[in-house]
Design a protein around this ligand. Structure first.
Ligand code: NAD
Length: 353
């Protein structure tokens, strides 16, 4: 097959890990006879420096026209001023909205050899294989009014948490379809005891669930979900939730795997290109040192091959190569090793070929 892939390296370690991920894509292309065309664009702090905005229209259009988009990470201390009008994260939010990617998929699996790298007791981690599906284009991060001001001499800040029925239905429906291919369990996470938007979420999820009699649905309050992710994570299969709950719970879930650097994500919409990125940030503390863990980015391109290009064998080959690389003891510093970024990728590629 032939595909056009836009790469948005971003800031910090973003360029380092996307370079490694594209090397793995090239290795797959050579091995399986595919052609991937890459083009690179600025996003985040680097785009602010060059263009005064975190995402230009030209970059957004290039992404819309691509078959898939690979993103590194954005942000860093240079652009961290909370009073700044232009911020790197704005680029990320506009990109997700612009591509219409309403579902963020974050698989969390714990390699047996990495259980000791997690702060949790090793026996809790046996059998952990969960997929968090986070709603990505609604909720508090996008609702309006969203403003600061002064009223009657009192300074206030407002964010709005609003969900429309179709926004819930489409992401929950996707979660059920994904569960059908896995262990057929969906945990829908909400705060229905307090929030109106959560009561709507629960009502619609229950209705959608009726179309999937083969999948078991349970509703879990977000506080309980946060607790169960630590006390019994292996009991979850697919977890689906709204934007901010998902943001927080996925970071919590990432701790299970031992390092943020290990985890990939895929953001998907109804149609159009998927957006693939490791879940970690730009890690300014280690940027430029050549020690970033590239596996989250590499596993993200495995998701790209699976979800955007339907290349299941190639996706599984990358995941297997990553597993073997870890089993053979190859580790970056975040996993307690001392190997550099490139050495890890070299090993993944050598296992692949
Ligand atoms: P971070 O994920 O960048 O780093 C947290 C810790 O994990 C750091 O100690 C870092 O060195 C380590 N780490 C992260 N990825 C790693 C990797 N691949 N290999 C080895 N170690 C790794 O989170 P942060 O420090 O809270 O944020 C730094 C910047 O990144 C901020 O500007 C933040 O806004 C931004 N950020 C961006 C995204 C994104 O682009 N999607 C996500 C989260 C944070």
């Amino acid at each position: 097959m032939e595909a056009n892939i836009v790469i948005l390296p971003g800031d910090g370690i973003g360029p380092e890990v996307t370079t490694e991920a594209s090397r793995v894509l090239n290795a797959i292309a050579a091995q399986y006879g595919h052609t991937f065309h890459f083009s690179q664009h600025l996003l985040g702090g680097c785009s602010i420096d060059q263009h005064g905005t975190a995402l230009t229209e030209a970059t957004l259009n290039a992404c819309k026209q691509a078959d898939a988009v690979l993103l590194g990470a954005v942000g860093g201390p240079k652009w961290d001023n909370p009073n700044a009008k232009v911020r790197p994260e704005q680029g990320l939010l506009r990109l997700r909205k612009g591509l219409g990617v309403f579902a963020n998929l974050r698989p969390v699996k714990v390699h047996p050899d990495l259980r000791s790298a997690s702060p949790l007791k090793e026996e809790k981690l046996k059998g952990v294989d969960l997929l968090v599906v986070r709603e990505l284009t609604g909720g508090l991060y996008f609702g309006t009014p969203k403003e600061r001001g002064i009223r009657d001499g009192v300074e206030y800040g407002i964010d709005t948490l609003e969900y429309k029925d179709f926004e819930i239905k489409r992401v929950v429906d996707l979660a059920f379809r994904l569960a059908q291919k896995r262990n057929k369990k969906v945990a829908s996470v909400d705060k229905a005891n307090v929030l109106e938007s959560s009561r709507l979420w629960r009502q619609i999820t229950t209705k959608v669930g009726e179309n999937y009699p083969d999948v078991t649905l349970e509703h879990v309050l977000v506080d309980t979900a946060a607790m169960r992710l630590i006390s019994s994570p292996a009991n979850f299969d697919v977890m689906v939730t709204e934007n901010m709950f998902g943001d927080i719970l996925t970071d919590e879930a990432s701790v299970l795997s031992g390092s943020m650097g290990m985890l990939p994500s895929a953001s998907l919409g109804e149609s159009g290109p998927g957006l693939y990125e490791p879940i970690h940030g730009s890690a300014p503390d280690i940027a430029g040192k050549g020690i970033a863990n590239p596996l989250g980015a590499i596993l993200s391109v495995a998701l790209m091959l699976r979800y955007s290009f339907q290349l299941e064998n190639e996706a599984a080959a990358i995941e297997k190569a990553v597993d073997q690389t870890i089993s053979s003891g190859y580790r970056t510093t975040d996993l307690g090793g001392d190997l550099g970024t490139r050495v890890i990728t070299d090993q993944v590629i050598s296992v692949l070929s």
